[in-house]
Design a protein around this ligand. Structure first.
Ligand code: KIV
Length: 253
């Protein structure tokens, strides 16, 4: 899709019913995100989510999936050593049916990404705001706003592509930085809170359906004014494809 210049529509998905609905509405990538710890389980962060829970939700999605690509998060500390990363990826793929596994971080995870890729695992990298590092970051804050941290994100993105990552999620970085990184990489870059210059977009399902009482500023309620869930998701897919979403109201420059 990147090569054809078609924007990729991705949403988080945690169960079979929504997997069916999202696919019917044209979503390309179903992300079984560890955000399920917040939106399904009610935790304040993604840190309590376990590998067993991720494999369970991934399997629920995989049972209904027909066409869309399934990406699943490796949860907090499940890839802290190369051995753990291989075991965790195996579980998400063998028990959960994941096609791609996602891990957060830059330089510290490059060798892990390389090892996974060398073993045949399709890896999605995740840079910018890293929710699993919220305690080190001191909150859910935009990253890459000063020249030094922007340069680190640029360098990490290139290193992860070179290590074999097939996809990159960029979360909460300035739109111009995300645009430059998307243009400089050959792999697709999926943005969230990163402006509309990326190759695709992802949102947390519950945020874009208006179910989060305090949604992030980069999200949008697609259910508002629409007759039902499928219409809301179709509108999201159309706005991602056309580049209308995210608009200036959902963009940090
Ligand atoms: O867990 C998740 O839902 C994610 C997205 C926010 C990109 O990683």
């Amino acid at each position: 899709m990147k090569a054809r210049g078609e924007r990729i529509a991705c949403l988080t998905c945690y169960d079979a019913s929504f997997a069916r609905l999202l696919e019917a509405a044209g979503v390309d990538v179903l992300l079984v995100g560890d955000s399920l710890g917040m939106v399904l389980q009610g935790h304040a962060t993604t840190l309590p989510v376990t590998l067993k829970q991720m494999a369970y939700h991934c399997a629920c999605v995989a049972r209904a999936r027909q066409r869309a690509l399934i990406v699943a998060d490796l949860p907090f500390l499940s890839y802290a050593t190369p051995e753990r990363a291989l075991d965790a990826a195996a579980r998400l793929m063998q028990e959960g049916g994941a096609q791609v596994v996602k891990l957060e971080g830059g330089a510290p995870v490059v060798e892990t990404a390389r090892l996974l890729a060398a073993q045949g695992v399709a890896v999605c990298a995740h840079l910018g705001l890293l929710p699993q590092s919220v305690n080190r970051l001191g909150g859910y804050r935009y990253q890459g706003r000063d020249p030094a941290s922007a340069e680190t994100i640029r360098r990490d993105a290139l290193a992860l592509q070179e290590a074999g990552a097939v996809l990159l999620v960029l979360e909460c970085v300035p739109a111009e930085l995300a645009r430059q990184i998307s243009q400089s990489l050959s792999i697709p870059v999926i943005g969230i809170g990163a402006g509309n210059g990326c190759d695709g977009q992802v949102l947390v399902l519950h945020d874009m359906l208006g179910l989060n009482p305090r949604p992030p500023g980069f999200s949008k309620d697609f259910l508002a004014g629409r007759p039902g869930l499928e219409a809301a998701v179709r509108a999201y897919v159309e706005e991602v494809r056309s580049g209308a979403f995210p608009g200036p109201d959902q963009t940090s420059y």
